[in-house]
Design a protein around this ligand. Structure first.
Ligand code: GLN
Length: 540
């Protein structure tokens, strides 16, 4: 039977619950166990797909097409376990399921209530789709004390009661602040947070203390005494220099050992930390550097392009160099200043995006990269903008645009329905914006002897998508005659999946999001190749 590990957070948000859960998953998996990681989010959106990245950071996409919390990206990158639709749920989804059932008369005669109906639905989610797993790690979003998290905490309390206290482990992650004025480490916020948790009926078994500096033994004793946990279960996590150090640091603090001890499991196998040690060394010591411009609309918020930033770092790891990101807000990119803003970078990347704002700056940057032969990588919206730039400046379609920005007769990018009906321009039918995009993993076929097929070393790939608009396939010949190759297509040949320029050292656009599949231990070939090209360019 699977054992369940619940991870809650206290005192403040953004303590790194995701990274802690992901590191624990890696450690347990590396000791030979089958692990699943899940996230329960307390907000009312049915999924994060309709939230602005400013609000909630990146929307991560799974193979099976779920738009999820970005923590699922951490999980995948660290543990190597492919996340599924069934690994993320929100309060909004829970309520919408329960209300749907209510309308269908499934609770006939009953008053529908938070307890038991909402909590039952939460418990259903926790147990769902667990087959041969030894451990299921469930991270509860939010902070203990929030109104929104209450039904989740109540549900996991009940769950533990039902499957047996010995089969459930509660980990509570808190902040242990350092007060400069008194030169002291303070345990009181942790005590209060645990008190709050206990008032709901949950006694944590392990407390992970996030701290700026090492927590002295006296303070550890205090936490152990007041929070009712064994001193060895007070585990500190001091800020690491790079996130890749996290599994090493948790192992040093014996987190995996304590978890196994709780479940009375004698593990013979040790966790393999060598890959993380190697990566940490590489990241901290690489002397060579390369500057990459990332031009987007949400660059001010660090988490808005989380997987992308990570994938670029992985590209650096593959080439043994440090990638310096120059985040450029596309709205502020005046086409006249392009040269001055971009002359210190060796590669230009335009990531996914939505809406017209900031597009002229992006198009001007693509033009600069194309003409000056600077490595360019266009991802999803970035590829669509590269198509528009090329259509305007090489095919002379001056009004070339995307129908995402309004109806037009020169939509080189648009909804497929706009050109599939006898070439007649018809309006898209999508009124619902939630979960209606082309989402998840789709196959693409690559053209032989193209740059991209050489990078992937195969002609058949599968990558994750998240977009509504497509490059208009009817323009294929016109583009190809001018040197832009549609190097990858959907298996039915109707949807352009990748583009590249013939006479350019590295100019590639992809309609999908390769960043979602890049992992520190297995960097994505497109990112490795892009960084390599940027490195070559920097030496010129
Ligand atoms: N806005 C574009 C579309 O919907 C691109 C989306 C993206 O970059 N993820 O097609």
């Amino acid at each position: 039977m699977a054992r369940y590990i619940f991870v809650t957070g206290g005192v403040v948000s953004s303590l790194g619950k995701g990274l802690s859960s992901a590191s624990l998953a890696y450690l347990l998996q590396s000791r030979g166990y089958k692990v699943r990681i899940r996230k329960l989010d307390p907000y009312l959106n049915v999924d994060p797909g309709t939230m602005s990245p400013f609000q909630h950071g990146e929307v991560y996409v799974t193979n099976d097409g779920a738009e999820t919390d970005l923590d699922l990206g951490h999980y995948e990158r660290f543990s190597g376990i492919t996340a599924k639709q069934s690994d993320n749920i929100t309060t909004g989804k829970i309520y919408s399921d329960v209300l749907k059932r209510e309308r269908q008369g499934k609770y006939l005669g009953k008053t529908v209530q938070v307890i038991p109906h909402i909590t039952n639905r939460i418990k259903e989610f926790i147990k769902n789709d667990v087959v041969k797993e030894d451990f299921v790690i469930c991270e509860i979003g939010g902070t203990v004390g929030d109104i929104e998290s209450l039904p989740f905490l109540e549900a996991i309390r009940q769950f533990s009661n039902e499957i047996g206290r010995n089969n459930t482990l509660f980990i509570h992650l808190t902040l242990v602040p350092y007060m400069k004025a008194s030169d002291e480490i303070k345990t009181k916020p942790t005590q209060h947070s645990v008190k709050e948790l206990r008032s709901i009926g949950i006694q944590p078994d392990i407390i992970i203390c996030r701290s700026e500096r090492t927590i002295p033994i006296d303070q550890r004793k205090k936490i152990s005494l007041f929070c009712n946990v064994d001193i060895e279960d007070v585990i500190e996590t001091v800020d690491v220099k790079t996130i890749y150090e996290a599994p090493i640091s948790f192992n040093k603090e014996k987190l995996d050992k304590r978890v196994l001890k709780f479940f009375k499991i004698h593990s013979k196998k040790k966790a393999n930390l060598n890959p993380w040690k190697k990566i940490t060394k590489l990241v901290l010591n690489s002397r060579d550097q390369v500057n990459i411009a990332v031009i987007g609309k949400y660059v001010e918020l660090k988490d808005a392009y989380k997987s992308l930033d990570e994938a670029l770092t992985h590209g650096g790891i593959a080439n043994n160099l440090k990638v310096n990101l120059r985040r450029i807000e596309s709205d502020h990119l005046n086409p006249k200043q392009i040269k001055q803003k971009l002359n210190s970078v060796s590669g230009i990347l335009i990531p996914g995006g939505f809406g017209k704002r900031g597009t002229e700056g992006k198009i001007a940057a693509i033009n600069y990269a194309r003409i000056n032969k600077i490595p360019f990588f266009g991802i999803c919206f970035g590829m669509q903008m590269a198509i528009i730039e090329f259509a305007r400046n090489q095919l002379n379609i001056k009004k070339a645009t995307s129908s995402e920005f309004g109806p037009s007769k020169a939509s080189v990018v648009g909804l497929m329905s706009e050109w599939s009906k006898d070439g007649q321009l018809i309006k898209g039918t999508d009124k619902n914006l939630g979960g209606t995009m082309r989402l998840g993993s789709y196959e693409a076929r690559l053209k032989k002897d193209t740059k991209i097929s050489k990078i992937y070393k195969t002609l058949k790939i599968e990558e994750r998508h998240r977009h509504r608009y497509e490059v208009n396939i009817n323009f294929k010949e016109k583009f190809e005659n001018k040197g832009m190759i549609f190097s990858g297509l959907s298996p039915d040949k109707k949807l352009p999946e990748t583009i590249e320029l013939k006479d350019h050292p590295w100019f590639i656009g992809v309609q999908f999001h390769p960043e979602f599949k890049s992992r520190p231990l297995v960097p994505h070939p497109l990112f490795s190749s892009f960084i390599k090209a940027a490195k070559i360019n920097s030496k010129k």
